[in-house]
Design a protein around this ligand. Structure first.
Ligand code: URP
Ligand code: ZN
Ligand code: ZN
Length: 470
């Protein structure tokens, strides 16, 4: 099967140029001007941009938590991703008490319905001698990354000594540690005090998880990265001070990398004070406008390396079903914490929103260039997580994961345009200019305008090898 896309403008992390592009079966076969080749499908992309498919390094699909489950599974979440121009997503495996293999097998079964390509990170939420010995076996399974937490005491957190040992093991095996940075001890103290004082509303979620905890924990991870001589990737950076710590560490040669997410660029604690404030509850929480601005600076100045979503959706009101692909479905959500902010499921939707929202608010406003947009949302995640140049590039031989992007298309965005399986959208009513028109996964068109051509089971598990430290 040959598809020839003519007259588009290719945007990569490095360059912008006019070219035709030939897809043969699953890969990019040729790139060049005035290609005249017999093809099964000819697409005129005049006035359109061609981008490598988005790579989302941070999503949580079908994740059990807070007595419910994140409301997108590996089909619905992937379908939404595709409509937003993302063709690869990386999800986190919950470490079960048995072992890594058992935990990965469970996640592999969940992902049998995948509609885009995917890979896994392993949550390192327990640590002992047996686990330490087993960590290298993850590389053989194609899982190159471990996520550690400095918060969620008694649930997900392991102590600093164990994190340090994990860093040493990672270094010896070409693996990468990802860190969720907050101060679990301070959070637990503040939560206890808030509840004792009768504070139950959503804003207390943010007030009990202060930015200083994220900043201090980011510096702590930087110090450990340096002492173990092992790279660390800080997930969901949310506080301006974390950007300062990242800059400080990188200027001193520490192998520290940082990811932020769109929600931390646009929203603040004020959103949690609204009557529907629980929609914005995730961990770490929303901060201030100053933090938003410093994160944008970190992106434009090249201090931060990636933008992921931390897509972990819940319904605002999970007692009321929504219709998804013709069936009614209700999944318990934020209402579980109506009387107690600690019971509101942590997480929010964003896998579809990421590219269109960032294009309008980032590229069109001049905060980042179109090339930086591709670098932050596709190329760098592919490089760091061992998928480049197969993913994140427009190179001959790479997977033909492409987005034909219409920079002129105006969309009044919101839940009606979203395929995320939840009952709200954080960007409701936003006017977006620039939107995916056609999306290809390994040469197959899976989105054409508002038509879904993808299929459950078409997504492939990507075995990853050692990535780059950027
Ligand atoms: O609130 C969030 N982000 N839920 C997902 C888990 C995590 O820490 O990334
Ligand atoms: Zn996290
Ligand atoms: Zn997360």
């Amino acid at each position: 099967m040959k598809t020839l896309i003519k007259n588009g403008t290719l945007i990569t992390a490095f360059d912008t140029f006019q070219s035709d592009i030939l897809i043969e079966d699953e890969t990019i076969a040729r790139i060049g001007l005035n290609l005249t080749i017999d093809s099964d499908q000819l697409i005129d992309a005049s006035g359109k941009l061609i981008l490598p498919g988005g790579v989302d390094p941070h999503v949580h699909l079908d994740l059990p938590m807070f007595g419910t489950v994140s409301s997108d599974d590996h089909y619905t979440g992937h379908k939404a991703a595709a409509f937003g121009g993302t063709t690869t997503a990386m999800d986190f495996v919950v470490l079960e008490k048995e072992d890594f293999q058992h935990s990965v097998d469970l996640w592999m079964r969940k992902a049998e319905k995948a509609a885009i390509d995917y890979s896994f990170h392993m949550n390192l939420t327990q640590f002992n001698e047996k686990i330490a010995k087993e960590i290298p076996s993850l590389m053989k399974m194609g899982i190159q990354t471990l996520k550690v937490f400095t918060a969620y005491n008694g649930r997900l957190r392991i102590d600093d000594g164990s994190i340090f040992k994990a860093l040493q093991i990672a270094k010896g095996n070409g693996m990468l540690v990802m860190a969720h940075c907050e101060n679990g001890d301070v959070i637990d103290t503040l939560v206890g005090q808030a509840l004792a004082a009768g504070h139950t509303s959503p804003e207390w979620h943010a007030l009990t998880r202060p930015a200083w905890g994220a900043v201090e924990s980011t510096l702590r991870m930087a110090a450990m990265a340096e002492q173990a001589d092992s790279p660390v990737y800080i997930v969901h950076m949310n506080a301006g001070g974390e950007v300062d710590m990242l800059k400080y560490a990188r200027e001193r040669g520490v192998q520290l990398m940082g990811e932020t997410c769109p929600q931390y660029l646009f929203f603040t604690v004020e959103h949690l004070r609204r009557s529907d404030g629980s929609k914005w509850i995730c961990s770490p929480p929303m901060r201030t406008e100053k933090d938003n601005a410093r994160l944008w600076e970190g992106l434009s100045d090249g201090i931060l390396q990636t933008i992921g979503t931390d897509h972990c959706p819940f319904y605002f009101d999970g007692t009321r079903p929504i219709v998804y692909e013709g069936s009614e479905i209700a999944i318990p959500g934020k209402e579980l914490g109506r009387d107690d902010f600690t019971k509101i499921p942590n997480g929010l939707p964003g896998i579809q929103d990421r590219l269109p929202v960032l294009w309008t608010q980032g590229v069109a406003t001049g905060k980042i260039s179109a090339n930086q947009f591709v670098e932050l949302t596709s190329t760098n995640p592919a490089k760091i997580f061992g998928l480049y140049p197969r993913k994140g590039s427009l190179l001959v031989g790479a997977d033909a994961d492409l987005v034909i992007w219409d920079p002129q298309k105006i969309v009044k965005y919101g839940v009606a345009q979203s395929h995320q399986r939840t009952d709200y959208n954080l960007y409701e009513g936003w006017e977006l200019k620039g939107y995916p028109e056609k999306v290809f996964l390994r040469g197959k068109m899976i989105v054409d305008g508002d038509q879904w051509l993808g299929k459950s089971g078409d997504g492939k598990f990507l075995k990853r090898s050692e990535g780059e430290v950027l």
